[in-house]
Design a protein around this ligand. Sequence first.
Ligand SMILES: N[C@H](CCC[C@H](N)C(=O)O)C(=O)O
Length: 283
Amino acid sequence: MKLKFTKMHGAGNDFVVIDAVNQQVTFTPEQWKALADRRFGVGADQMLVVEKPQSDGVDFRYRIYNADGGEVEQCGNGARAFVRFVTDKGLTDKRAIKVETMSGVIEPRLEADGRITVDMGAPILDAVRVPFDANGLQARAEHEDMLWPLEINGKTIWISAVSMGNPHAVQVVADADAAPVGIDGPVIENHPRFPARVNAGFMQVVDRHAVKLRVFERGAGETLACGTGACAAVVAGIRRGLLDSPVTVATRGGELSIAWDGGAAPVLLTGPAVTVFEGEIDI
Ligand SMILES: N[C@H](CCC[C@H](N)C(=O)O)C(=O)O
């Protein structure tokens, strides 16, 4: 079939965005993987599929597929690209849009300055719901947080387990640029204590309102930015007593801003969303 798509990115985390309101899209994981391939396909970290809503009181549904073809629960940078897409395509004239995802309804908003703020909902900190198997592990309390030991490549790392609808393992490192993201990232991603696998965050604290972050993403490898990863890292940093809201997150692809008042308060993610080109592909 001929598939129309829009290539977009949010701080360098890049997407193939598809209007499934006006075209029928039912692909296999192999087809999603082929679309994401940077040599034989269009190339992207994730594919975002915009559909009519299934629930009342919601404007759209959007589905997220990783480069490995697997469907996942949430994508923070993708939520911003979604807003830019439906606005620019004239699929809505709203500026605050209710969109349902696999992990629930979120409400991204197009700001007057063109940036987009997404209410990502409250973080999930109960290990079982991340999901993280903590059985038999001895946690280390730090401020409000619980740090868990993981055996990785012959060493023990201490991680915060946080879900933003999707699972994250966040560790603090002295130097994000020097962190062994390519070596430890895949081992963390596939660690048996994360039954749904996990996104691995490497956070360097710059000051109480700024961090540098690299994320080895589940199903995509290291990306230039990870929106839910930035949310999870800031939540972990605030709970560890290392950060105060709001926090500027410097990623390799650009800056994100995260605000969180703690507890059951929502995490607010603000950042850019850019359309790169329109395309069509036979798939
Ligand atoms: N790799 C993630 C999905 C994309 C998240 C990321 N691109 C973001 O901006 O939040 C996962 O498997 O949970």
